[in-house]
Design a protein around this ligand. Structure first.
Ligand code: INI
Length: 164
């Protein structure tokens, strides 16, 4: 269980733990660069389930591109009482002239959504200069970024329960 320690002479530390049992998660994933986002999705799903989340407590929403993620995430949060949302996309500068617009607007929308909805929204948008860099950043099996972001979602979901 997450905890607020009560030591006498030490600072009070507030932490979220890494159990996903009984928690509900949303994942909003972009179809753009699907060969890469699919790997992120697999990593995130394995981690959530590995930490105790029930498959029926995980809602996966597919959107065309990163730019559509904030709106879909907002609707999902309205529809389902979620403990955290993970967003997954890869934006490659070499493939779009509006790289800066897409990455900036998506990140801004997600930050705003997280604070307004009071649901942790994990920023899993990978900006990359080119395909090679994108592949490196998505990560291999062990270093998969989807895993890392799923852990952040679990930790934040538990932390916010403590900071209610
Ligand atoms: N969306 C992405 O998720 N990644 C990209 O690399 C990308 N590029 O290169 O353009 C991208 N564009 C689509 C954008 O997110 C929207 O779906 C589109 O503009 C329609 O609103």
């Amino acid at each position: 269980m997450p905890s607020i320690t009560k030591p006498r002479r030490r600072v009070r530390e507030i932490k979220g733990d890494f159990s996903a049992k009984g928690l509900k998660f949303g994942i909003v994933v972009s179809r753009f660069n699907e060969y890469l986002t699919r790997q992120l999705l697999e990593g995130a799903l394995e981690t959530l389930k590995g930490h105790g989340a029930a498959p029926s407590d995980i809602y996966v929403v597919h959107v065309p591109g990163a730019f559509e993620i904030p709106l879909a995430a907002q609707r999902l949060i309205r529809k389902v009482r979620l403990n955290a949302v993970i967003t997954l996309a890869v934006v490659i500068r070499g493939e779009t002239r509006h790289f800066d617009q897409v990455t900036r607007e998506t990140a801004r929308g997600l930050g705003e959504l997280s604070r307004k909805s009071q649901v942790p929204v994990i920023l899993g948008i990978i900006p990359a200069e080119n395909v090679r860099q994108a592949i490196e950043r998505v990560g291999l099996k062990q270093m998969n970024k989807g895993r890392e972001w799923a852990l952040s979602a679990i930790e934040m979901a538990n932390l916010l329960r403590t900071l209610k």
